[in-house]
Design a protein around this ligand. Structure first.
Ligand code: HPA
Ligand code: ZN
Length: 330
């Protein structure tokens, strides 16, 4: 739980807890189609990625003002700090907000207010990763990048999320090229529900530096070899994989096999308000389910800092890595 770690796969909208959703709904005069938090929680039984996304986008209706986004991010950072997080690279989905009439500036400045205080208040350094919704058009992604231009000082990378199957990475070649030209780094969700080919495409066509999820690489030994040789980090989210039925049970998760294959695995929470745990809870759960020993847990923590976008601050990375090495398990 307290092992120092970086969280590299975390959708800030996926940290919206039922209690905060109802508080914001009241404050903003938004009617939720659930009587109370208890009834809302009964909707958290998902069949697949899409059934989760339907609820995830619907609940965002309560997020309207800078203050809402600030509260959301501050609540996440407080929970993350209590679970050993020292550095967080946080996804946000601007199109899910602009489509509802909330300007991208409201989202970025609101999140930014919480992030600006994070290091002092929570001891967590932060970055923002702007994701494009892959089930929206390539044109919409380009317009989103354009709209983000006044806020690029707050954004370190672009990502790709939402419904994967039928929306291959190549659809977003142009916007990724434009993002790179603006100095943004690149990641993409691939191989969560989509085939190993999407992982290859994310690397070859989009030029991403990390693969978010990447679970299905295990179906393709040649791809695994390449990911190992190139030390491409995978941001795995085991609790998400169980809740969205990519795998049956946590005991079936290939994390152990993936580490044994030499893949650079990290463990993350994805959408912790929906999937039953924050990142410390996730470390705890995989330890129990897969019988990972202390050195394997330490390796996962070390990997998280090695995979972090800290190239501009190697001193900080080294400090975090030494915290990992010095950590005494109790
Ligand atoms: N996959 C794809 N899109 C998402 C996810 C996810 O796990 N969470 C939030 N948006
Ligand atoms: Zn995700």
């Amino acid at each position: 739980m307290h092992l120092p770690k970086a969280e590299l796969h975390l959708h800030i909208e996926g940290t919206l807890e039922p209690e905060l959703a109802f508080a914001l709904a009241r404050r903003n005069g938004v009617q939720l189609p659930y009587a109370d938090t208890e009834e809302l929680r009964t909707a958290y039984l998902f069949e697949d990625l899409q059934s989760f996304l339907d609820l995830y986008y619907a609940l965002m209706a309560v997020l309207r003002t800078e203050e809402d986004f600030e509260e959301l991010a501050d609540a996440y950072l407080a929970r993350a700090a209590a679970q050993g997080v020292r550095h967080a690279e946080i996804f946000f989905d601007p199109q899910a907000h602009t489509a509802r009439g909330v300007p991208i500036g409201t989202v970025v400045e609101g999140l930014g207010r919480a992030l600006d205080r994070s290091e002092e208040k929570h001891g967590i350094s932060t970055q923002l990763i702007m994701c494009f919704l892959r089930d929206q058009s390539a044109e919409s992604a380009l317009l989103t990048l354009e709209a983000a231009k006044p806020y690029l000082h707050r954004i370190s990378a672009v990502g790709l999320d939402s419904a994967e199957v039928g929306h291959p990475p190549a659809k977003f070649r142009e916007v990724y090229e434009a993002a790179a030209a603006l100095g943004l780094r690149k990641v993409a969700h691939a191989g969560e529900e989509g085939p190993p080919e999407y992982i290859r495409e994310a690397l070859d066509v989009l030029g991403v530096e990390r693969i978010d999820h990447g679970l299905r690489c295990m179906e393709d030994p040649e791809l695994v070899k390449r990911l190992v040789a190139d030390r491409v980090p995978l941001t795995l989210c085991p609790l998400s994989n169980v809740r969205l039925r990519a795998i049956d049970t946590l005991e079936d998760h290939p994390l152990r096999a993936m580490m044994a294959a030499g893949l650079l695995c990290t463990v993350n929470s994805d959408d912790p308000a929906y999937f039953g745990g924050y990142v410390g809870d996730t470390f705890h759960a995989v330890r129990e389910a897969l019988g990972l020993d202390q050195e394997q847990l330490r390796t996962l923590a070390r990997n998280s800092f090695e995979a972090a976008f800290l190239d501009h601050d190697e001193e900080r990375r080294a400090r975090y890595l030494s915290e990992v090495e010095a950590y005494a398990f109790d």
